[in-house]
Design a protein around this ligand. Structure first.
Ligand SMILES: Cc1cc2nc3c(=O)[nH]c(=O)nc-3n(C[C@H](O)[C@H](O)[C@H](O)COP(=O)(O)OP(=O)(O)OC[C@H]3O[C@@H](n4cnc5c(N)ncnc54)[C@H](O)[C@@H]3O)c2cc1C
Ligand code: SF4
Length: 282
């Protein structure tokens, strides 16, 4: 239950080495959006595009493979992709829209599809939701403080950020790699994340993240018929190499345990809020 409904779960990476280098993990999101664009499943996708302010992305409607590639990589910052969905329909005139997001974003879209108040024509245009695993996230000021005060790195010199094995890792343009324990970053987490129950974006068409697979690979969970068909088309086209996920403590066991841990954190936080009279979102 804690991982939601899925049709399959496996370890996957893109076969395109250049794309892999630009992506966060196995290049799953970028590859799937390009495949969906080229197969006519979507006409564009809302992604988190870098801006002039380093590591402070903005939602962006990407309509070409080049734009999708330019938005690859994880930014540990709030990026409200849902806001741009309306613009994708109204200003870009897209009939088939894709979007990437963690649980809070994919869930918002699914709710909109169920209760389409004020979202005229939008629900039917959502053609593909790619979900990314997420434990927690930060405001821009928070991630800037983490990088500059904990890692002691100028944010302008950050090439990649990653979270792995209890460490937040910053790789710099100068070739340095600086790690700090993730527990030191907890004071900077946006408070809403402690209420959030879902690690694996259970309402997406396909979910993916690094937990459960070796470095450079991704865990991939197609969940709906749309997701299953798209993923299979990418495998058939040679875009991905796949292998069974490790059922043991570094694979499915770890994924299930961490998902359960996030679920339990949400229950505990909601109880604590209720005890002091604070409202809960669900
Ligand atoms: C805040 C955050 C927390 C995460 N926490 C975990 C975790 O705890 N465990 C885990 O296994 N994985 C986590 N992930 C997911 C992981 O970092 C990768 O994004 C995921 O594995 C996809 O990798 P990829 O190589 O397939 O993606 P890529 O091909 O590199 O594409 C990544 C896509 O995500 C979009 N994106 C990047 N940042 C954001 C953002 N802030 N908001 C919305 N969209 C964004 C990009 O625009 C791009 O389209 C987290 C991601 C984020 C954004
Ligand atoms: S922890 Fe939940 S609320 Fe916070 S960014 Fe991730 S999915 Fe959204």
């Amino acid at each position: 239950m804690v991982l939601g409904k899925y049709t399959d779960v496996m370890t996957v990476r893109a076969t395109d080495k250049a794309l892999l280098r630009q992506s966060q993990d196995g290049g799953i999101v970028t590859s799937l959006f390009i495949q969906a664009l080229e197969n006519g499943v979507i006409e564009g996708a809302v992604v988190a595009m870098p801006t002039d302010e380093p590591w402070n992305p903005q939602p962006y409607v990407a309509t070409t493979p080049e734009e999708i590639i330019a938005a690859a990589g994880t930014k540990y910052v709030l990026c409200p992709n849902v806001n741009m969905v309306k613009m994708a329909a109204r200003e870009y005139g897209l009939d088939k829209i894709g979007m990437v997001g963690m649980h809070c974003l994919t869930y918002a879209v699914r709710k909109m599809q169920l209760y389409p108040f004020g979202a005229r024509h939008l629900p039917n245009r959502m053609a593909l939701l790619l979900g990314i695993f997420c434990t927690e996230n930060f405001h821009y000021e928070g991630i800037k403080a983490i990088v500059e005060e904990l890692h002691r790195v100028n944010i302008e010199q950050v090439k990649k950020m990653d979270v792995s094995k209890g460490k937040m890792i910053v790789s710099t343009t100068m070739g340095d790699r600086v790690e700090v324990p993730v527990k030191l970053t907890h004071n900077y987490v946006q408070p809403g994340c402690f209420v959030c129950p879902d690690l694996t974006a259970r309402t997406a068409d396909i979910s993916t993240g690094s937990i459960g697979s070796p470095d450079g690979w991704s865990t991939v969970m197609p969940r709906t018929q749309v997701g299953k068909d798209l993923f299979q088309s990418a495998v058939d086209a040679g875009i991905f190499e796949t292998k069974p996920i490790d059922p043991g403590k570094f694979g499915m066991e770890m994924l299930t345990n961490l998902a359960q841990k996030k679920w339990d954190r949400s229950v505990k936080t909601r109880q604590e809020r209720a005890e002091i009279g604070l409202p809960n979102p669900f």
